[in-house]
Design a protein around this ligand. Sequence first.
Ligand code: FAD
Ligand code: A2P
Length: 405
Amino acid sequence: MAIAEKGKQHLIDPGICIRCNSCEEACTISAITHDERNYVVKPDVCSECRDCVPVCPTGAIDNWFAIVPGEAWSIEEQFSWDELPAPTAAAPPPQPAIPQEVERLTAEATAGQGGPAPAPWSAEKPAVNLYTEKNPITATVTGNLRLTAEGASADIRHIILDFGGAHFPLLEGQNIGIIPPGSDGKGRPHFVRLYSVASPREGERPGYNNCALTVKRVVEDHESRPIRGVCSNYLCDLEKGDKVQVIGPFGANFLMPNHPGSSLMMICTGTGSAPMRAMTERRRRRRELNEGGSLMLFFGARAQDELPYHGPLMKLPQEFIDINFAFSRVPGEPKRYVQDRIRERHEDVWRHLNDEECYIYLCGLKGMEKGVDEAFRDVCRLHGGDWDKLLPQLRGKGRYHIETY
Ligand code: FAD
Ligand code: A2P
């Protein structure tokens, strides 16, 4: 039975939704759809299974309004909203967000590559959704540096945003939302885009209330057709002193462990290096504490010139971080992807997979997810293990985290 027939309606808060598509992907009965502006729930299809709830990074999905049966808001009405309607006098207020413990259990239950894994047990508790589209924080640009070589095909930039005296706590692995100025073809304000925080929790420099982003200027779509990405071009063209509307922070799962002795295995392509930079920098600043643990990095890019943070990475001592580059477009050399390097390093990868203190992070191109999964499967097979058994264990313990886009 559709929940609208039971006098309840599932709605998505357009003021909080970041349009990441996770809910639509998670819905197995196609009850969620979207137009250029809003994600909405079909009242005659939704069965209240809640598969979409744990995958939503903001909680925008978690609204269940009491209605008079048969009088549900249509999807056309929902498409026109900028915010949720006020509950009617007859209706009780919307249900509060699912308690965190329930969300954690749900996430564990849905562990697998489709859903978020719980955060590492020792991760710092994140602040989430402090600033919304109705109440964004204004940041000031204090730096915008091109990371890729001038002749490189990709323009990837290191952009520093300063939050002044405002309270905006961020953890490595979290995202912030940027609201580009202006409006879309229908005259409505542009929707928010998410960017991974590339700096550690104390900011680019301890004592400064700022964060860095690693942004690629999008000039073509995934099928190589020329386009001009709205937000990435806006960000890449910013100059020092410009003001930016920011919301967030978001993300409570893709977080680094805090406890001494924990290790990180990080796998990324392109701008997926942003959270890895944040985590690496956090560990680098704490090196003198001798907390133990190791860092292993697999980093894929077309060529050295296209690789953000190549210079700073090369300055890090080998005993601090084990770096494995995979270049795919170096003339005269075979194409290599991160999954090829994972197979080559199978002895150490197998050791890390079996090390309870090692936490694994995958970020970057959506396409690499499948290839990395196959590489881990091969590593397990080579060493007499079973990836299908290991993966749910890793996910359940918050040891395997994926963020791809
Ligand atoms: P739009 O105007 O929205 O056009 C999007 C079109 O560009 C789509 O059709 C898509 O096919 C195409 N496209 C081509 N390349 C990309 C690409 N790399 N990403 C998205 N769409 C692309 N981006 C970063 O540069 N750095 C980050 O650290 C980062 N972190 C992210 C974290 C999360 C959790 C998510 C969901 C996304 C992240 N992104 C990041 C992507 C970012 O949110 C935007 O989607 C991207 O900048 C494109 O936005 P746009 O407004 O420029 O393009
Ligand atoms: P490719 O040269 O085949 O595009 P981008 O520069 O587009 O952000 O990509 C970053 C790196 O990720 C590139 O080396 C790219 O290789 C590589 N890549 C592309 N598809 C995959 C995939 N399915 N698995 C792993 N790496 C990939």
